[in-house]
Design a protein around this ligand. Structure first.
Ligand code: ADP
Length: 360
């Protein structure tokens, strides 16, 4: 930045002023000498001409150096106002007026930059507001879905309860009949049929039992439970969907004692299982043991850039209307509340793998 303290203009005007003062002194001495007779009137005329000329020169230089550049700047400021800062300042003249013009041009550029920054901020703000509004709308949709799911859950719980009792009666009668037939040496084919009935009735009871446990709302109470039992129930529920999609659900369930809320944990396992069943090509593996729970599938896996984001609320790679991006966020929340950890990565086969550990 040029220093505004340079004596440029002051020096020039000062010199001119000195010239004018010298001319005035010359004029006054010429007058004095002409008056007392020691000088001629020609000197007076010369001094007069010099004085008038230096006054003109002083006025012209003042006009050229100061007045005109300032008038030009004033005009430019007015034009700049009219064009909303679009027209640049063209610094004219020399010394301070020129520096003033240059400083005004720098100021105009800074104001323009600031305006641009503000405009960008507004654009960003609008984008963020739009993003948040979309997230809010998704959350509202999710809430109404959750309400609908809760009432469907209650309905399913009621229906499961109604089915559970008759299934128990069928199971009891079939096993009674089979025992009687076996003891009386009855028909082997009839005994085999009764065994099929028993097995199917037992399955019905298992499924309705899982449904009942799942529909029961969580009390938030924690007990000493086996993660393997929780996984078994969740698998029974997920098996229906897996079968419809031709996916094998293979489990290796070793005892995994934990201190947890069983309903909340079942939600964890069920959500992970559903995601795995949706992603798998043929198979989903579920393992429990002393090191917790691992659910792995043989799908396409999770893209490396998505891995750090899968537990974020509303993060989904599914098509609009298909995924809400809340399943894993809920899972993460529940595991965290239990003081556990959940890690997402891809297994050696390339499919996604979720590993959950919980304090015992
Ligand atoms: P949503 O299923 O509604 O998308 P989630 O929170 O359950 O919500 O999952 C978030 C994202 O994590 C999914 O959109 C998907 O990209 C990824 N993801 C979760 N599970 C798997 C999996 N088993 N295989 C591949 N990607 C998965």
């Amino acid at each position: 930045m040029p220093s505004p303290r340079r004596p440029g203009l002051a020096l020039k005007l000062g010199s001119l002023l000195t010239l004018a003062v010298v001319a005035a002194m010359l004029l006054s001495s010429a007058f004095t000498r002409a008056y007392d007779g020691s000088g001629s009137t020609a000197w007076v005329a010369v001094a007069l001409i010099v004085a008038i000329a230096s006054a003109f020169i002083f006025a012209a230089v003042l006009d050229w150096l100061v007045v005109r550049p300032l008038v030009r700047l004033a005009l430019q400021v007015r034009r700049m106002e009219a064009t909303d800062l679009a027209e640049p300042f063209v610094a004219t003249g020399i010394d301070e007026p020129r520096e003033l013009g240059e400083a005004l041009e720098r100021l105009r550029q800074r104001v323009l930059l600031e305006q641009e920054r503000q405009r960008q901020l507004n654009v960003d703000l609008e984008a963020r507001v739009r993003e948040r509004s979309t997230a809010l709308a998704a959350a509202q949709r999710e809430l109404s879905d959750a309400e609908r799911l809760a009432s469907v859950g209650r309905l399913a719980g009621g229906v499961a309860h109604e089915i559970n009792n008759p299934a128990g009666v069928i199971l009891g009668r079939a096993s009674f009949l089979r025992t009687v037939l076996e003891e009386s040496g009855g028909d082997a084919e009839q005994i085999a049929d009764l065994k099929v009935m028993e097995r199917q009735a037992e399955r019905i009871r298992q499924i309705t039992g899982s449904l009942l446990r799942f529909a029961r709302s969580s009390t938030g109470e924690r007990h000493a439970i086996d993660l393997a039992d929780v996984a078994r129930d969740a698998i029974a529920l997920a098996r229906l969907e897996a079968r419809a999609r031709n996916i094998d659900l293979l489990d290796t369930l070793a005892a995994a004692p934990v201190h947890a809320d069983p309903q909340a944990l079942e939600q964890v396992v069920y959500n992970l299982l559903r995601n795995a069943v949706h992603a798998a090509r043929t198979t989903v593996w579920v393992r429990t043991g002393a090191d917790g729970l691992v659910i792995e599938d043989d799908g396409a896996g999770i893209a490396p850039e998505h891995l750090p984001r899968v537990f974020e609320p509303f993060f989904t790679t599914k098509a609009r209307g298909e995924g809400t991006g809340l399943g894993l966020a809920v899972v993460h929340g529940i595991v965290g509340e239990h003081g556990g950890t959940i890690v997402a990565d891809n297994g050696v086969g390339g499919g996604a793998r979720f590993s959950v550990t919980l304090p015992g």
